[in-house]
Design a protein around this ligand. Structure first.
Ligand code: UD1
Length: 418
């Protein structure tokens, strides 16, 4: 088991570059299933979730090659239509192969994802949407079977909630459906815009990019393409909060600051000086951290994937703040570990009252999930003494070389094996 060891209180400054968005790259890889031939996706981060998606695609019969942040997916010969439990259990996002498989082959079998440690994450909207498009959905021996032997048919689908995964699955299903599909209350995350761009360059006809109504006119076939993944706004936000905690200046490049507008506004309100750049942003902070309330919401609201990191910032604010988590039912597990480092946090349901403290202390802690784990590392950067973060495999799912990038900013941080 690897752990990350941080000696706190080293000044951080400099420039760090983020990679392509994890949450986009995984779906772009799945989208390659829609066309026979070889698609190439560039700016793909070297993280373990990408490895799992590559395994899922290979299990289906696609040929996947990874080289220097590019992933080539040759989906000419798909031999199996089944995503097995061993892989889906490792990564829920594997569920997004359902849409493209049923769209191109008329059938798909995907293991039911289990519960997840940031709240029960349901997939009812994915399945209901596919049913609207004419797929017959059955459950057998732990698998979801989707079948549409005569092809999917365009329809209107109204999502109860702008689910990212459901929007993506339905987009990928509807591009090859007969007729027009309208997805209402669609999610508008930048990663969905990225998927729309790739699908359109494959030959799909989609209107309404970045809006909550997507209109898709089905086409008979799509062609493989080369596509570059959008920059990872959540990786970027994580380094910006690191800069805000330490004072900076820290410049993060490789992403569009417009994709982080709400986070940057809240960081400014918290006393940070934010300078947007064409391809990133610089953060510095000279005064104290001012307490600021946040509520997570679908894009363009405050991203739930930045809620833990922001809580670490608020843990050191001069006063009290309230953090409301509206997207997941239990995304505060990391807060118990943060409390072990001296944070003063009271949780009631989906709200956390954070009373700012003067300092955090280094401690042995465990990473409960991806963003919670990264948050403990950030807390360790400004804590007194040494922090050892265990269970870092969660962090490896979504951050390429977190320790190397933070070390390049001046952090005293090491990844320890065993
Ligand atoms: C994606 C991101 C994740 C991010 C989340 C919200 C990936 C791989 N992951 O997850 O990092 O935190 O968007 O921005 O892209 N829900 C239902 N029924 C459904 C679908 C979702 O009830 O059919 C609920 C979930 O339980 C959850 C909420 O909706 O509470 C948000 O889920 P969703 O937007 O679908 O997130 P994911 O696509 O799973």
């Amino acid at each position: 088991m690897e752990s990350i060891v941080v000696m706190g209180r080293r000044p951080l400054s400099g420039t760090v570059k983020v990679g392509g968005a994890k949450n986009s790259a995984l779906k772009l890889m799945a989208a390659a299933l829609l066309a026979p031939g070889k698609s190439v996706i560039r700016n793909v981060p070297d993280i373990s979730d990408v490895g799992v998606m590559a395994d899922v695609l290979e299990h289906l019969g696609a040929r996947v090659t990874r080289e220097d942040h590019s992933v080539a997916v040759d989906a000419t010969n798909i031999a199996s239509l089944e995503a097995p439990y061993e892989l889906v259990a490792q990564m829920r996002a594997s569920i997004v192969v359902l849409g493209p498989l049923v769209a191109r082959f008329g059938s798909a079998h995907v293991a039911m994802p289990g519960g997840c440690n940031i709240g029960s994450r349901k997939i009812d909207m994915h399945l209901l949407g596919l049913q609207h498009l004419g797929a017959v959905i059955t459950f057998e021996h732990g698998f979801i079977n989707a079948s549409a032997p005569d092809g999917l048919k365009g329809a209107q689908v109204i999502l109860d909630f702008p689910s990212v995964g459901a929007t993506e699955n339905l987009l990928m299903a509807s591009v090859l459906a007969e007729g027009t599909t309208v997805i209402e209350n669609a999610a508008r995350e930048p990663e969905i815009g990225d998927l729309v761009d790739m699908l359109v360059s494959m030959g799909a006809r989609i209107e309404g990019r970045d809006t909550s109504t997507l209109e898709i006119r089905g086409v008979r076939s799509l062609s493989p393409v080369e596509h570059t993944t959008v920059g990872d706004r959540i990786e970027a936000g994580t380094y910006l909060v690191a800069g805000a905690l330490g004072g900076g200046p820290v410049t993060v490049v490789g992403f569009d600051p417009a994709h982080l507008e709400m986070l940057l506004a809240k960081m400014s309100a918290a006393g940070c000086d934010i300078e947007p750049l064409p391809d990133g942003a610089t953060v510095r902070r000279e005064g104290p951290i001012t307490p600021v309330d946040i509520s997570t919401l679908p894009y363009p609201g405050f991203p739930t994937d930045m809620q833990p990191q922001f809580m670490a910032l608020m843990a050191l604010a001069e006063g009290n703040s309230v953090i409301t988590e509206n997207v997941y039912e239990s995304r505060f597990m990391f807060a118990d570990e943060l409390k072990r480092m001296g944070a003063d946090i009271d949780i009631e349901g989906h709200r956390a009252l954070v009373r700012g403290v003067g300092a955090l202390q280094g401690a042995p802690v465990r990473s409960p999930d991806l963003r919670g784990g990264a948050t403990l590392v950030l807390a360790g950067l400004v804590a007194e003494g040494q922090t050892v973060v265990g269970d870092v495999h969660h962090i490896m799912r979504g951050y390429e070389d977190l320790t190397g990038k933070l070390a390049s900013l001046g952090a005293d941080i090491n990844l320890l094996e065993g």
